[in-house]
Design a protein around this ligand. Sequence first.
Ligand code: NAD
Length: 497
Amino acid sequence: MTSLLDNPTISVLPAAREFIQSKHQLFIGNEFVDAADGATFETFDPATGSVLTTVASGGAVDVDRAVASASAALPDWARTNNRVKAALMMRLADLIDENLELIAQIDSVDVGKPIATVRFGDVPMASDTLRYYAGWANKIEGSTITPGFPGAYVYTRREPVGVVGAIVPWNFPITGAIWKIAPALATGCTVVLKPAEQSSLSAALLARLIAEAGFPPGVVNVVSGLGTVAGVALVEHKNVAKISFTGSTAVGIDISRRAAETLKSVSLELGGKCPNIIFADADIPAAAAVAASAIFFNAGQACSAGSRLMVERSVYDEVLDAVSAEADKLVLGPGLDEGTTLGPLVSASQQARVNGYVERALAQGVEAVRGGKALGQDGYFVSPTILAGAADDMPVVQEEVFGPVLTVQPFDTAEEAAARANDVAYGLAAGVWTNNLRTAQRMAESLQVGTVWTNLYNYIDASVPWGGTKASGHGRDMGREGLDKFLQTKAVWNAVD
Ligand code: NAD
């Protein structure tokens, strides 16, 4: 197996090639260091399965050093003039933009994402999120209260919670990291970032940019490593005040249990099984086209993937045909190939997991309208798969598949659609397609999710709160609410007489 980087038909920036193939270290106190025990792990090119390079594998000792560095930086950073905080964040945003193509190529190679989606989506969203939260740095306000005691008044201070452990998944590496770092910095917290082991490379570049932007040592530290080692050490560390986690529900539960031992606050952005519901009165061609992109974007590896398409019975056949026609247009290939619209999955284990869901569904009598067969080629590819005839209680309908696999099911009434859509463990997001305002509003109220998109899908913005209900987690990233979890309130009583 040769790496994508050795393919002469693929154009790669020399700087991207050099960076990707270099050995990556931890970033602690603005210095690049090896893991204390010298441990490393390999990271793979998902388009070919070949090894790209090695990454330092942080252990408990390294996490302890990073937390010590973040703790030492905390008092000064918390008291740093908010204009200075904002200026540093703006500088980092500028550096991300200046390195847009480099970052896009790194994440594309590392995760297999189609390059255009990283170039126009992930990276601009990362710099935009930094700028958005830079704007909040001087708008963190407390209140004054006249309590029920004569001769006293109270003011409240909104103070940073302390050192934040940010643990992120691999599906949106640069954006996921910035979603955590930006609000933490704006509120005066310091950070230890633990990127996912499948996608550590853009976090290593981000570390360079953080140093170049001029952040004081220790304000942001990056400890790459395994979840079960570095992740666990961060969650269990007594000097970490808060864990901000994005990832799977199973790991979110484990983190909650461990964090309870030190009474840390935890916020969880977890998995999803998002219904996308099309009513007969909708603009059907538009709804069907977006329904296809809702599931096939990022090869279905998105918490927000519209993996469960529900269609009013009278337009079911029309929508199924239209979505299938959209799937036929997809071009499978390596992320760096400009023509690719559907990249590989991130790892061999994800590929096996997704194929397993499809095989089980077919064995249960579900029909594969598209896909459904394992692809005999290198790399972790799964063809776009559309399944008809699935029952609500099947795993492929209930569980997060995290691949390019769509179930399409008919429904008869809005009440039935809402009840069935809610009858899953998850509650992250949902799509509703209708030209009837009342139907849209009723569905928005009925659906037990953190986000409802009506007549569009997958719109996400730094200014809009994002998060889930039920097994999709709690707490909100983004928007003004995204600041709350990094702040604690201190009430200061004062005698006036
Ligand atoms: P994952 O839960 O396996 O890993 C996420 C991160 O947690 C990684 O950095 C991993 O190393 C670390 N980790 C693993 N075990 C740990 C442990 N015991 N203690 C501490 N850290 C640990 O998830 P993944 O496979 O990397 O990502 C996919 C999942 O992320 C999906 O379920 C997806 O829905 C979810 N996700 C959710 C959102 C959201 O906003 N709700 C966004 C993106 C992804």
